[in-house]
Write a protein that binds this ligand. Sequence first.
Ligand code: UDP
Length: 343
Amino acid sequence: MEKQVVVVTGGAGYIGSHTVVALHLAGYTPVIIDNFSNSKPDVLKGIAEIIGEKPQLFELDCRSKSDMQQALENCAAIGEIAGIIHFAAYKAVGESTEKPLDYFENNIGSTASLLGAMSELGVSNLVFSSSCTVYGQPEESPVDELAPILPAESPYGYTKQACERLITDSFNSSMSLSACLLRYFNPIGAHQSAAIGELPIGHPNNLIPYLTQATAGLRGPLTVFGNDYPTDDGTCIRDYIHVMDLARAHVAAIKWLQSNEPSCEAFNLGTGQGKSVSEVIAAFEKANGISVPYAFGPRRAGDVVSIFANAEKAHQNLGWKCELSLEEALRDAWKWQQKLSKA
Ligand code: UDP
């Protein structure tokens, strides 16, 4: 049988690399397109440790439509292109307020180039890496996909909304396209083997990488941003999903696109359970038998008080749901940090 190729832009990144592993396990041939702007080529070695071979890579900037077109032609020579998963994007909320132009140019520009190249080559299945940030501060949680898209709090959030819109408009045009817009809640953890994980470059902005680095003694104590929020313990609530559960959802989305009539659908990907920052710290301490150095500090500007997913639509349509617990995610996150600390 001809190989079923799935092209993964940003496949050397955090969620991308785990998805490459999940695609391989599901029998697909993942091909990575990445320019290592926020990742390291060593990730490929980690992937190879798990799947037994280095995935094929095309190193290029997704903003170049001609390069993308050439890469897709090369992928089509490897096998039938079952679909494309588009992760490649800048993702730091804070940085996006400093460099809005870079974010608009890179995130929206690369999605436009990709859609153009797909159209030229007649590739129609697209899975887009979106975020629950499109919902802003929702009126209530759990949020489902019908919740209103509120004005974005950051240039980063705006680029996710704009790309969703660009993909939806392309679907409504004469372009032959079928798309899943996957809205992630808070991905955490690492592959159970600790061969791949999150590699934050510089000061980590997200909770778990900061927490693990602080616990490893690489940074000062974790600052919990605010304990005076209107929640039970005063800290913000999020929906933390194991990155391998998230990775499997991408495989399910590709399969769904392959077996359904063309459509353009958004899916929330989360556990459906909201956890406060204090609960996460306690769960980490319990799961790993280690104490986390932390202190309460002032609120962080722009933080949403509480958001967690109603992921029923993904369950019903994609046949996917989370299988791994918060404790497993926190154990895997710590295992990965310990490996990084030794390296
Ligand atoms: N958070 C924190 N200290 C940190 C980083 C994050 O208290 O050093 C909190 C943050 O205020 C939020 C939660 O952890 O309530 C998740 O933050 P993260 O940046 O990981 O994700 P996002 O804000 O995008 O949901």
